[in-house]
Design a binder for this molecule. Sequence first.
Ligand SMILES: C[S@@+](CC[C@H](N)C(=O)[O-])C[C@H]1O[C@@H](n2cnc3c(N)ncnc32)[C@H](O)[C@@H]1O
Length: 266
Amino acid sequence: MSFSADWLTLREPFDRAARNEKVLDAVVAAFAGRPAIGIVDIACGTGSTLRALSPRLAARQNWRLVDNDLSLLARAAAASSPQARVTTMPVDLVRDLEMALDGPIDLITTSALLDLVSDEWLERFAIEAAARRLPVYAALSYDGRAELAPADAYDARIVAAVNAHQRGDKGFGPALGPEAARAAVTRFEKVGYAVTHGEADWVFGPQDREIQNQTLAGWATAARENGLPLADVANWLTRRRDLVASGRSSIRVGHLDLFARPTSTR
Ligand SMILES: C[S@@+](CC[C@H](N)C(=O)[O-])C[C@H]1O[C@@H](n2cnc3c(N)ncnc32)[C@H](O)[C@@H]1O
């Protein structure tokens, strides 16, 4: 599955505003007083997590940015700053997750990844993190909640179809989709981690027309692929776009952030 740099750029400010402060504070507190840390950001895209987290950390940082999309990785390389040294590593996380995590790493980060992965891959990820005693900050996993205002009678059908579509294979096997974040909390607790988690919802106001239109178009495509009738989906999309164009539409999309920390030390 590929993600366009344009889409990742469009969503980044909304991701940043959505990131759960309590979870971010827990990440920062875990590394207080450390002069230097090594961080691997898996499925980094263009480096959104680095840009959100790096300024909050007092330590010097070595970031390893990992993705299987070479054009996104090339953009991520530019995320380097005096405080954050960046190296990029092309890795297919299905085949070579373990390779991505090896070496001098103190923290694993990721964002908008867990809802794409299967339960089997999530278990492997939790085991590999635990084997290395590495904390994990996983942000912005879609959790199945989508609220549109004003409401349309067809919204619920679309959201149900989108959530079913989310469970399709995104390259990691059948995806956990909306169940991913809660499944991750359970998985990490099972391997002896303490988990801080909280909601991290996108909030699109009436002026946020472009992201609303792109989100609605993506949902319409997913709903069609999941079997909803073309005419019904097209009519729904037209009604919702009219609301966006007239500045009367708001959308909230539910996400969950988590910070999972081993309770025994290295
Ligand atoms: C929704 S994007 C999130 C990107 C970034 N973390 C962010 O929040 O902007 C998902 C990312 O997962 C990457 N990805 C998907 N499958 C992958 C795989 N098998 N191996 C490595 N990266 C993968 C994509 O290339 C993309 O960058």
